[in-house]
Design a protein around this ligand. Structure first.
Ligand code: FE2
Ligand code: FE2
Length: 175
């Protein structure tokens, strides 16, 4: 009886490890976005601040999804240690370019997970990851759109930066 109650799914060790790494990646992304929100707040870019606060929240939700998935699959989700978060940026453009780079990096880590799931014939994890593939596409589109504003509007004047910040508000509205 006890064995039935404690029935665990057979999550491969490699998957267990990679999924836990993804918890850390999402937690780090959330912490980095918080730092970006702080920088924007300090510089008076309030729409960008709001954008990054929301991004930070989403990354936390991603982290929780992986956390719950590992535990539901009979593994042990590890609460990640997150350190060395950069708080200094050269400019608003630098913040958004860093954000885009970060999203591209996360997309690659999701692809790596999908490949490992296929290799391990872990079809349920592969299925679970489909949501994240779609989500990453949307996240990259938003981040690219934000970076493009710097070219479209021009960030070499205070007025340009003011307009870019205002336009950031609309980046997510088109989702
Ligand atoms: Fe994420
Ligand atoms: Fe993201």
């Amino acid at each position: 009886m006890k064995d039935l109650v404690r029935m665990r799914t057979s999550i491969a060790e490699e998957m267990h490890q990679l999924l836990n790494e993804q918890i850390k990646i999402e937690a780090t992304a959330s912490a980095k976005y918080l730092a970006m929100a702080s920088w924007c707040a300090e510089q008076g870019f309030s729409y960008s601040e709001a954008y990054f606060m929301e991004q930070a929240q989403e990354e936390r939700e991603h982290m929780i999804k992986f956390f719950k998935y590992i535990n539901d699959a009979g593994g042990r989700a590890i609460s990640a240690e997150v350190t060395n978060i950069p708080h200094e940026f050269e400019s608003l453009r630098d913040v958004f370019e860093t954000a885009l780079e970060q999203e591209i990096g996360v997309t690659h880590s999701i692809y790596k997970l999908v490949e490992a799931a296929r290799k391990n014939r872990d079809y349920i994890t592969e299925h679970f990851l489909q949501w994240f593939i779609q989500e990453q596409m949307e996240e990259e589109v938003n981040a690219r759109r934000a970076v493009q504003l710097f070219e479209i509007i021009g960030d070499d004047t205070g007025l340009g930066l003011y307009q870019i910040d205002k336009a950031i508000r609309k980046v997510r509205e088109t989702e």
